[in-house]
Structures are given as structure tokens and as C-alpha cells.
Write a protein that binds this ligand. Structure first.
Ligand code: OAD
Length: 231
């Protein structure tokens, strides 16, 4: 089976009712990054940071995967599919994708501030100040904040280097180092970028740009990939 790597961003979950960050009405219009998504924000006002992620989690619990997530999961019948996502939601997993690498963390997980190896999966949406790990240290969102290391980056690079086909979907490619991933794909493999408002600042010389939403663009592309490349 050919190895298909799919790199996704907030746009793939937009049709599931989860706000993107940089579109009109996106999350970074309502909230300042430096107030809610940095280690400095956590040091200054942790309750505000917890509340921001509690609201994201509450919203996620009501959301469902859309046709874009399902199309990727369906491709597992024909390809060795690896999803690399910048999204902190769990919609790829809920759609059935089995190999999902979260480069920016996971909303439904928290970890200990002092013992970062202690990571817990949540059932509900709310985490409060005073909620502690088994060793008595405060729990924080399991999210990669701006200014923090991206621990899964090397694994993501390795996956992209091994790709036979590469799809990028629903990301503005604004946030590094994740946006750099495109540079690691082999020059001679088929590459596709699906986004209704593609950021053409990037050098897309060898990438097929599909100006569509994920919900219809991905199912159409999946049909084409099965016809042209499945073995
Ligand atoms: P952005 O909000 O920067 O970009 C969303 C992209 O999705 C844009 O290019 C939109 O055109 C596109 N889009 C909107 N609706 C779509 C749809 N229905 N189908 C497909 N695409 C659609 O989100 P990201 O690129 O994911 O990091 O942002 C990257 C990172 O910045 C996030 O992981 C987050 C954020 O700050 C952290 O919080 C660490």
C-alpha cells in the first residue's frame, strides 16, 4: 500500500462548527494569543487560560466529524494513511482515522505542570485551578502554546519524508515550525492543497491547489486518489 500523509489544520473542522483561528470571526479575533495561549499567559492568569480551553472543550463535545474527516478515514482501505494535524480536537479519531499525530497537543487531555509525563484523558469539558495530578501538581491543558517546543515535530518530519502522496487541508500555513512540513516532502510525489481561500504566499509550484471546502473537496479528492493511485 502506498503511504498517504495528510496534514490538516483548523479549516477541516470548520464545517463541524469549530472556529478557525485567522479567518473572519476566527478565535484570534476574539482572544489575544498572548492572553490565552502562551506560557506567560498561564503564569499571569491561569484561570483565564483554563476558561479559554474549557470553552473550546465544551464546544468540541457537541461537535461531530464531517465529510472531510470521514473521507480521510475511508482512504485507510486503500492506503497506509498517516494524519498529521495541527488541530487539538479529536474529530479525526472519532471519524475512524487510526494513525493521528497531534503536533499542537490535544484538547481532551491535560498534563501535570511539574511532571509533564503525567498526561490524563478527560471525559468532561471542565478543568479548574486546584485540579491536580496524582503527585499534587496543578493540571494544565495538554496544548503546545506559542513559544513552547513542538515535541512531535521530528516524528512529523519523518512521516512527510516517507510519503508517497501528500495532502494538505484547511490550514493557513502561518504557524511554524508546522508550516515547514511541506518542505520535507519529496519533490516527485503528488501533492494537493485543499482550502477555499488558499494562502498563495507559499511556493505552490509543484502542488495541485484545490480551492474548495474540506467537506466536499476531500471526498472528491479521495475518489480521484483511489482511481489513480490505489494498488
Ligand atoms: P488558521 O485559522 O490559521 O487557518 C484556517 C484555514 O482554513 C484558512 O486557510 C481557511 O481558508 C481554511 N478554511 C476555512 N474553512 C474551511 C473549510 N470549510 N474547509 C477547508 N479549509 C477551510 O488555522 P491553522 O492553519 O490550523 O495553534 O492554524 C495553525 C495554528 O495556529 C493552530 O494549530 C493554532 C493556531 O494558533 C495553536 O494554538 C498552538
Amino acid at each position: 500500500m502506498k503511504r498517504l500523509v495528510v496534514f490538516t489544520g483548523a479549516g477541516i473542522s470548520a464545517e463541524s462548527g469549530i472556529k478557525t483561528f485567522r479567518d473572519n470571526g476566527g478565535l484570534w479575533e476574539e482572544h489575544k494569543i498572548e492572553d490565552v495561549a502562551t506560557p506567560q499567559a498561564w503564569a499571569k492568569n491561569p484561570a483565564l487560560v483554563q476558561e479559554f480551553y474549557n470553552q473550546r472543550r465544551k464546544n468540541l463535545l457537541h461537535a461531530k466529524p464531517n465529510a472531510g474527516h470521514f473521507a480521510i478515514a475511508e482512504l485507510q482501505k486503500y492506503f497506509n494513511v498517516h494524519v498529521i494535524t495541527q488541530n487539538v480536537d479529536d474529530l479525526h479519531e472519532r471519524a475512524g482515522s487510526e494513525k493521528v499525530l497531534h503536533v499542537h497537543g490535544e484538547l481532551m487531555k491535560v498534563r501535570s505542570c511539574d511532571y509533564p509525563e503525567l498526561v490524563y484523558t478527560l471525559k468532561g469539558w471542565e478543568v479548574k485551578m486546584g485540579d491536580k495530578c496524582e503527585r499534587g501538581s496543578q493540571l494544565r491543558p495538554h496544548i503546545v502554546w506559542f513559544g513552547e517546543m513542538v515535541p512531535e515535530m521530528d516524528n512529523a518530519i519523518e512521516l512527510v519524508q516517507q510519503a508517497d502522496i501528500f495532502i494538505v487541508a484547511g490550514t493557513s500555513l502561518n504557524v511554524y515550525p508546522a508550516a515547514n512540513l511541506l518542505d520535507y516532502a519529496s519533490a516527485d510525489i503528488p501533492k494537493f492543497y485543499i482550502d477555499p481561500n488558499p494562502d498563495l504566499v507559499y511556493n505552490f509550484a509543484d502542488i495541485t491547489v484545490i480551492k474548495k471546502k474540506a467537506g466536499n473537496g476531500l471526498p472528491d479528492l479521495a475518489d480521484k486518489l483511489v482511481k489513480d493511485f490505489a494498488t
